[in-house]
Write a protein that binds this ligand. Sequence first.
Ligand SMILES: Cc1cc2nc3c(=O)[nH]c(=O)nc-3n(C[C@H](O)[C@H](O)[C@H](O)COP(=O)(O)O)c2cc1C
Length: 166
Amino acid sequence: MILYFSATGNGKYIAEQIAEKTDEKCMSIVDCICEDKYCFSNEKIFGMVVPTYFWRLPRIVAEYLGKLRIENCGYTFFLASYGTTTGEAGSMAKKIMAHNGQNFDAYYSVIMLDTWTPVFDLTNKNRVDKWLSDGKKQLKLVIGNIMSKRKGNFVDRKLYSRKPEL
Ligand SMILES: Cc1cc2nc3c(=O)[nH]c(=O)nc-3n(C[C@H](O)[C@H](O)[C@H](O)COP(=O)(O)O)c2cc1C
């Protein structure tokens, strides 16, 4: 089961790609909240794909994570999509999980278009294509790691360099 929260589609795309390659189902966290679904057990893979907002987790995601219970799953992961830097998103997820005596097997990040449009101009097709191709390369590596059930913290905390000439 791959859960996602995605305001503008980046995370939904990531979740669907992972689900397709791992033969899992996807479900939106918003639907989980509407259906009061906070407990997942006996899943072969349980993953969560969410965006970075202001170097942290979106509030809806933090609240959902606080109520989430995962039991007896084969492999679990957290994935933050981001546009420039993940900041504290990964460590915030880890802290919330630890508060409930839980942990994900792996923490990942994937660079996508930065949808904070007051700052980032997404109208230049060349730049957008470059950012997307970097993201797709990262996603391929992440999917490989998920399929081999790699464990650890692989969240990139560097600032993604957006070259002005592109
Ligand atoms: C309000 C807002 C705040 C954001 N803050 C950050 C941030 O702090 N760091 C970052 O790298 N990206 C930030 N982003 C970009 C998103 O994390 C990124 O574009 C993500 O892939 C969006 O995923 P979605 O389309 O699934 O919602 C922000 C986007 C929005 C709309």
